[in-house]
Design a protein around this ligand. Structure first.
Ligand code: MOS
Length: 743
């Protein structure tokens, strides 16, 4: 009998899809709780200085305005005496809203107005008179070119840059040589859903906090430490997100301000930031990079140097891995990587989808294209010749790496062999046509995670873990894994997440949720399966008597012997005759340190792009994108593909549109709205295709999964840039490729 309960690797639709499209899914700032009051944040118009006076009297006199919170009246809080850090905090001292009279960055929250209605809070905030004393700010990373420093304190997981061999000697031997600078501006995450929170203040003083976050436990830790609350007093919930992309990895100030107001007023409070305020915390830093490389006979890379500099804030030292990928993606004996940051009067940058790698792979992969042309080699052939068979950074074999297969598959599907080498060789009407290629490498990470599973007599399984759902498919893939492990239809399984009353899971980030929470769900369902087998063996005449757990499988609602499928019992019979109302198990999963020592675990991709450039107008149309990804086992073909489609759209955005522009006179990001912060619309997206190559990985984790959230973004912007060169003969080294760069 074939199995109808093999779900992993198929393409089921999102289990939460109907809830999302019917509006039944509740987002953080939508929960209706009784007697809500509303907060509105007042943002600093200056980038640096002091608050002299907050004239709150006029505002407080308005009927319905309840309070104006600011540093002038915020009570002493637990964290003010300690150096509190959240799970994702870099080195330094986190920003403390309403802490003192100091302004450290433009649009810093300086006051919170709370009123009976949102409209009144917003009006009152608009007329709140605040006196400032401005001081001189520095916000321009270009002015800090020679003033960067190697990060000192670094956050957990920060990898210092690689040096191996002697890059200068390697480069001196090179027959062909390039050295160029690559730049891109700041970007802000801008998920569709605004950051917001609804804090339900219960009569007993306990809080249920619905916050927009990628990690409910991280937020609970924050709230309990900052306000000196017990865990029972602060339950944090996040069931759905309208996108996160890294912006929700750290507790943001809507959480602090709404909890503060709820505790002080003993009222339930809702606070939602505005779109403009979404530009006031966290961003992908403006980054300046230089890549130098040289090749010898047959296009072999002989030396490579890659350096990067980006901004951090004055109060925290943000780091991301920008350059180390360059020591790993291609084989090269002599490599010197250099990484620096410089402090400016801006808010601390924050991980944004494939942090560091999105940036680093842009510079590396455009440089690789330039090098290929200098060496007279096809850019894909040049990459093949320098294929890294092992991770040279760590001097370890890869647990698996099917990038060569991705090259083959991509080249075949795209028709790469028909590409003329010379730029400006193809024209369609008044459009210049160009093809480009680029790719990348990303970590296959895993974190400790726990889960719980309960099956009831009617055969319904509930599995839970406080994981996140950024919209990436967590509900669905966990349902698939649980259902398959216990041989159930997906409809019989409910997966619960995003609540600190559930077993602990890490923040949803780093593309590690599938590996971490997925492994925990699998191991928990196996633990439940062992209990069910024992009960099955107690049935009279049980055909499973004496069988070990390894001897049986759970398929089609049955427990059966692997070797003899006729020796089976129906799971529901086991549950109903057991006399138990429900059976429960919990378990957890964590990375295996021995495997980590032995193998380098990474996902890879390669992107093929066609652009059409209107030479007179300088406009770039991305007519075709093919993204071929090697990321281990694909749990759900549909949700995985959707994530890579989203990455492609973002890559097009990064290449052609997306940039937050700072006016350094004010130290302020000026295009802080969707009208001027451009992202692609439907008409910008033409033919985009995603292919996963088969990649079995017995080492990486029990599921063989590497995660798909970030790798798909790598190389997209570089492949577009390279295609633009192929179309026009113009080499652009600064993103976005606005039309003035092509005229
Ligand atoms: Mo991702 S930038 O780790 O949310």
């Amino acid at each position: 009998m074939s199995s109808t309960t093999n779900h992993v690797g198929k393409a089921p639709s999102r289990v939460e899809g109907p809830a999302k499209v019917t509006g039944a899914a509740k987002y953080s700032a939508e929960f209706n709780v009784p007697d809500l009051v509303y907060g509105y944040v007042v943002s600093s118009p200056i980038a640096k200085g002091k608050i002299l006076k907050i004239h709150a009297d006029k505002v407080l006199a308005i009927p319905g305005v309840l309070q104006v919170f600011s540093h002038e009246n915020v009570p002493g809080l637990a964290w003010f005496d300690k150096s509190y850090k959240d799970d994702v905090a870099p080195g330094g001292s986190p920003f403390r809203p309403l802490h003192d009279d100091e302004v450290k960055f433009s649009m810093q929250p300086v006051a919170l107005v709370v009123a009976d209605t949102f409209e009144l809070a917003r009006y009152a905030a608009s007329i709140l008179d605040i006196e400032y004393k401005e001081s001189t700010h520095e916000t321009d990373i270009e002015a800090k070119r020679d003033d960067g420093h190697e990060p000192g304190k670094g956050k957990t997981g920060y990898k210092p840059p690689v040096r191996r061999g002697n890059a200068n000697k390697g480069l001196a031997k090179a027959e062909q040589h390039i050295k160029q600078e690559y730049i891109h501006g700041a970007q802000h995450h801008n998920p569709m859903e605004l950051f917001g929170a609804t804090v339900h203040y219960h009569p007993n003083g306990k809080l249920t906090i619905y916050d927009k976050t990628q990690g409910v436990y991280n937020c609970q830790q924050y709230v309990t430490k900052v306000f000196g609350l017990s865990k029972e007093q602060a339950r944090v919930v996040n069931l759905y997100m309208g996108g996160g992309f890294g912006a929700g990895l750290r507790p943001q100030y809507e959480l602090f301000l709404s909890v503060l107001a709820a505790l002080e007023l003993k009222r339930s409070v809702r606070l939602s930031l505005t779109r403009q305020q979404m530009f006031s915390f966290g961003h992908r830093p403006h980054t300046l990079q230089t890549v130098e490389m040289g090749t010898g006979p047959d296009g072999a890379l002989l030396g490579l140097k890659h350096s990067a500099l980006h901004e951090t804030s004055r109060f925290e030292e943000y780091t991301e891995n920008v350059v180390n990928w360059s020591g790993m993606l291609y084989k090269c004996p002599d490599v010197h990587l250099n990484y620096q940051v410089a402090a400016l009067d801006v808010y601390t940058p924050l991980d944004m989808r494939a942090p560091g790698a999105a940036t680093g792979s842009f510079a590396l992969e455009v440089a690789m294209d330039e090098m290929a042309y200098a060496a007279g080699l096809d850019p894909l052939e040049f990459r093949r010749r320098n294929y890294a068979e092992e991770d040279q950074n760590e001097n370890k074999p890869f647990s698996s790496k099917k990038l060569r297969e991705a090259y083959d598959e991509g080249a075949r599907r795209f028709g790469w062999d028909k590409r003329p080498m010379a730029p400006r060789a193809t024209k369609e009407g008044n459009m210049l046509v160009g093809w480009g290629v680029a790719g990348g490498v990303w970590d296959a990470s895993m974190q400790k995670a726990a889960a719980k599973a309960t099956i009831t007599a009617d055969g319904k399984l509930t599995v839970s873990s406080a994981a996140g759902e950024n919209g990436t498919g967590t509900y669905t893939i966990m349902t698939q894994i649980a259902a398959e492990t216990l041989g159930l239809p997906m409809e019989a399984v409910t997966f619960k997440l995003g609540d600190t009353t559930l077993p602990e899971a890490p923040v949803q980030g780093g593309s590690w949720t599938a590996a971490s929470v997925g492994s925990a769900v699998k191991s928990t369902c196996e633990a439940l399966g062992e209990k069910l087998l024992k009960l099955a063996q107690k049935l009279g005449d049980s055909p499973l008597k004496g069988a070990k757990f390894e001897d049986v499988e759970f398929v089609n609602g049955q427990i059966r012997l692997r070797q003899d499928h006729d020796q089976a019992v129906v799971l529901r019979d086991v549950l109903q005759t057991s006399g138990e109302r429900e059976i429960e198990a919990d378990s957890s999963a964590m990375p295996n340190p021995l495997t980590m020592q032995k193998y380098s675990m990474h996902s890879h991709n390669v992107v093929f792009v066609e652009v059409k450039v209107d030479e007179e107008l300088g406009t770039v149309h991305v007519s075709r994108v093919l993204n071929v990804v090697a990321a281990g086992r694909i749990l759900n073909q549909k949700t995985a593909r959707s994530q890579v489609l989203g990455s492609i759209v973002w890559g097009i955005s990064m290449a052609l549109m997306e940039e937050t522009v700072m006016d350094h006179r004010f130290g302020r990001y000026m295009n802080h709205n969707y009208a001027e912060y451009h992202v692609p619309v439907n008409a910008d997206i033409r033919d985009i295709e995603v292919v996963f190559v088969e990649e079995e990985d017995p080492h990486v984790n029990p599921l063989g999964v590497k995660g798909i959230g970030e790798v798909g973004l790598l190389g997209v912007a570089a492949a577009i840039t390279n295609a633009v060169y192929h179309a026009t003969g113009k080499r652009v080294r600064q993103l976005p490729i606005y039309l003035d760069k092509l005229l």
